[in-house]
Design a protein around this ligand. Structure first.
Ligand SMILES: Cc1ncc(COP(=O)(O)O)c(C=O)c1O
Length: 397
């Protein structure tokens, strides 16, 4: 079939591919220790579900304003101000069909052929492909485990050229859990301002930070508005991945362009989901610390367990719900288990019945990503399987 050159520039999301493979095996009755999914294993809170049911009963089931209902845009601005100390107004806010859609739209509107976009590696799998689809070129700069996978302003500045249009950051980061400290984030903003480059800040994991880190938005910095684009989502914070509600906070003319694009593609995000998100943004947030406390316990256990496995080194992630161990010791020398982490992930699924994602997908050869959005019991089982697999390999070496 002849497809466009554009669609051939990108690949299916590797995380989606792993999940599909694990699901196939599970459907056949195979017991998989599943560290694949990047979504909370908690249900959407009751008051949010009830708001959606009410929306249906009250017939809020029709088209809405393309950029989202005004009460939701007001609520997002108020929530962001209260939680993250920004100062946006509804005209600077557009509701999208999930944070991924927000990023896709922003990049579509701002990036074109010949533009470069700086994306620190390891990166979330969708950033480079979204940039490529828009005709841009992703430029990767390295972040290191020794620095907590936090990118430095000086490294970004060195990568800026006359073609640089945007820098995309996520903090906490998927896949590393890295958190950019506020002062470094401020320096990155100054670099972007100096070079007149957009700073897109993906805050999808903003509320999943572990002590000493705190939720932070660069939108709280004075004079940030001109260059900063905030991407937010209810997916992770409120365990609402399936509802598909995200948002963009940005200068009003950019928001207008995003609404124009949305008016010719998805139209408004689902009306019912918008009312659910309104309840999330205006209601109690008491489920958030409960989830975070559970993730903190799991983080401790999984990092400890991974570090006890031969040839595996895992730094403590500062946020999100992913462990990102270095397994490069098993990928080189005469007893290498696989040629790369993609092959290793396949081997782990086939032989150890553990589902996870190879670091290659995130621009991080030598690493694996394990989501610990799964019960402690399943984490223990997965760790036992990984230990058996790698210990046997070590013994055979
Ligand atoms: C870093 C990051 N940004 C954005 C998203 C998008 O989330 P959603 O489209 O569900 O809002 C994800 C989802 O995994 C993510 O990991």
């Amino acid at each position: 079939m002849q497809l466009t050159e554009r669609i051939n520039r990108i690949q299916i999301s590797p995380t989606a591919a792993v999940i599909a493979e694990a699901e196939k095996l599970k459907a056949k009755g195979v017991d998989i220790a599943d560290f694949g999914p990047g979504e909370p294993d908690f249900p959407t809170p009751e008051h949010i579900k009830k708001a959606a049911i009410r929306a249906i009963e009250q017939n809020f089931t029709k088209y809405t304003a393309t950029g989202g209902i005004l009460p939701l845009r007001e609520a997002i601005c108020a929530w962001h101000k209260r939680e993250l100390k920004s100062g946006y107004e509804p005209k600077e806010c557009v509701v999208n069909v999930g944070g991924k859609h927000s990023i896709f739209n922003v990049v579509s509107v701002l990036v074109q052929q010949g533009d470069e976009v700086i994306v620190p590696a390891p990166y979330w799998v969708s950033y480079p492909d979204i940039v490529k689809y828009a005709g841009g070129t992703p430029v990767h700069v390295e972040t290191r485990a020794e620095d907590g996978f936090s990118v430095k302003a000086s490294v970004i500045e060195k990568a800026i050229t006359a073609k640089t249009r945007m820098v995309i950051l996520s903090s906490p980061n998927n896949p590393t859990g890295g958190v950019i400290p506020p002062d470094e984030y401020g320096r990155i903003l100054s670099v972007c301002r100096k070079h007149n480059v957009w700073l897109m800040s993906d805050e999808c994991y903003s509320h999943f930070t572990y002590e000493p880190h705190k939720p932070f938005s660069i939108a709280s910095a004075a004079d940030s508005k001109e260059n900063v684009i905030i991407i937010g989502s209810v997916s992770k914070t409120f365990a609402m991945t399936g509802w598909r509600i995200g948002y963009t906070l940005a200068p009003a003319p950019l928001v207008q362009a995003l609404i124009k694009l949305q008016s010719q593609s998805t139209s408004n995000p689902t009306s019912i989901a918008q009312y659910a998100a309104l309840a999330a943004m205006t209601g109690t947030m008491d489920t958030v610390p409960v989830m975070l406390a559970e993730y903190a316990k799991r983080r401790k256990r999984i990092v400890e367990g991974l570090n006890a496995i031969p040839g595996v080194k895992c730094a403590q992630p500062g946020g999100a719900f992913y462990a990102f161990p270095d397994v490069s010791a098993h990928l080189s020398g005469p007893h290498a288990l696989a040629k790369d982490t993609t092959e290793l992930a396949t081997l782990l699924l086939d032989k150890a019945r553990v589902a996870l994602v190879g670091g290659d997908a995130f621009g991080a050869p030598g690493y694996l990503r394990l989501s610990y959005a799964t019960s402690l019991e399943r984490i223990e089982e997965g760790l036992r399987r990984l230990d058996r697999f790698f210990s046997r390999a070590e013994a055979a070496a």
